[in-house]
Design a protein around this ligand. Structure first.
Ligand SMILES: [Zn+2]
Length: 441
């Protein structure tokens, strides 16, 4: 049986995966903190992504740009003018809401007339008395340096993509890669959501993993399709997502961003409904041309074999770490009943599990067992790194706890181990136990 959203949220909290941000002070809306197990899972997802897309390929390179960028970046990209949500205010209680979320079937471009005609009730006070819609820019604004006037305004980046585009020329000038090539970045992005909701799905601070893949405009389709296929492979084979829960949704021309010629949203069936997991967009030369215009620097690529120079076009696969992590958790979560006993399992792929092994002595009050188990623990930790130790409660309880946090194998040292240098390994998914020589672990 797969989990419901509240079961997953509850497990995340109980076992130290994810907590509300600033929990001790009553929380901070739209922010989440990762505990010891959550950060372990998150880092494994991010490093698996990096190995797969950057280190595992000849045509990809990494960058790591600053979060605070020259504000010209956001003028050139259009964010200053258009990165906004439709905001309405209730004239009775002054609650503020996203207009498109108050009426069914609406999107961000809803007009005041359309909105008012629907007579939506205020979710707070129940009255129907709305202000006109105004555009609310979602970038977090700050001031850089000690001067606190308009000249010092800067923004926390609303996406990592522009940190890639602005380094395109640096990369071409320094390492001159063959086209097509991709630049990848992982990092924080910030959006001042009017109403953060749905656990980590719509938060104000998130971690993105983006690739800008630069191509000759003549070959864009081939690269688009290849990245699309590779991403499906990545999601199912590397992240352990169930292929039946992943759906491609081709975005209609009238719903696409104006610069995009082809966009596929990859949707995922989360426990509480279908949501966007990631996007794959053909952005044409929109970004590089904007930068060329705003910076007065050429963004042209000089083909190595000769021929005319041109500004490359771009395919962008973009995914949020938290969205991916929640998809991974919802595929891994299950509840099982066997012989009248209930257990919760996080059947995470072995390479994503916070701990690969849990090592225990059968009894904690037998020094010779504890010493032998420590030996095994040190050995495995040296080899794998993420190994945990548990000598609390009885062995059955330890298993249940490790099942719930996704540890694939529990290693138990018993009295026989002292004689035959073997241990019992118990499998999380099947609960089967096998005897293995310590030297073969
Ligand atoms: Zn109200």
């Amino acid at each position: 049986m797969a989990g419901k959203m509240e079961d997953i949220v509850s497990l995340c909290k109980r076992r130290g995966f994810i907590w509300q941000g600033s929990d001790v002070y009553g929380g901070m809306a739209g922010t989440w903190d990762f505990g010891p197990l959550g950060v372990a899972l998150k880092r494994r997802i991010m490093s698996t992504w990096w190995n797969y897309w950057v280190e595992g390929r000849d045509d990809m390179y990494g960058v790591d740009a600053a979060i605070i960028m020259n504000p010209k970046t956001w003028e050139a990209s259009g964010h200053t003018a258009t990165f906004a949500d439709p905001l309405v205010e209730c004239n009775e209680c002054h609650g503020r809401f996203r207009a498109d979320k108050l009426v069914e079937g609406a999107n961000e471009s809803i007009s005041t007339e359309e909105f008012k005609a629907r007579n939506a009730k205020c979710p707070t006070c129940g009255k129907v008395n709305w202000s006109d819609i105004r555009k609310f820019n979602m970038m977090f604004q700050t001031h850089v340096g000690p001067v606190d006037d308009d000249s010092s305004i800067a923004y926390l980046r609303p996406e990592t993509a522009q940190g890639i585009f602005t380094n395109y020329k640096n990369v071409v000038d320094t390492i001159y890669p063959d086209l097509p090539f991709g630049l990848a970045q992982q990092g924080k992005a910030f959006r001042n959501e009017i109403s953060p909701r749905d656990f980590v799905l719509r938060d104000r601070e998130c971690e993105q993993m983006e690739i800008e893949y630069f191509v000759n405009p003549a070959d864009w389709k081939e690269s688009f399709d290849a990245l699309h296929d590779a991403y499906h492979k990545f999601l199912t084979e590397e992240m352990g997502l169930d292929a039946d829960l992943i759906h491609d949704f081709e975005v209609a021309p009238e719903d696409r961003a104006h610069y995009s010629k082809h966009t596929i949203d990859i949707m995922f069936d989360y426990p509480n409904g279908q949501e966007e997991l990631m996007g794959l967009a053909y952005r044409t030369d929109f970004d590089l041309m904007n930068i060329q215009k705003a910076s007065n620097k050429s963004m042209e690529y000089i083909p190595k074999g000769g021929g005319e120079r041109f500004v490359p076009h771009v395919i962008e696969p973009s995914i949020g770490v938290e969205r991916l992590l929640l998809a991974v958790l919802s595929c891994a979560y299950r509840e099982e009943e066997k012989d009248g006993k209930k257990r919760t399992i996080l059947a995470l792929p072995e390479h994503l599990a916070p701990y690969r092994f849990c090592v225990s002595p059968l009894l904690k009050n037998k020094p010779e067992l504890v010493a032998k188990a420590r030996e095994v623990y040190d050995l495995l930790r040296k080899k794998y790194g993420n190994v945990t130790w548990d000598d609390s409660g009885n062995i059955g309880k330890r298993y249940l706890k490790q099942d719930e946090i996704g540890t694939p194998k529990c290693v138990v040292v018993d009295f026989d181990s002292l004689e035959d240098d073997s241990v019992t390994i118990r499998d999380r998914d099947t609960t089967e136990q096998v005897r293995v020589k310590i030297a073969e672990l």
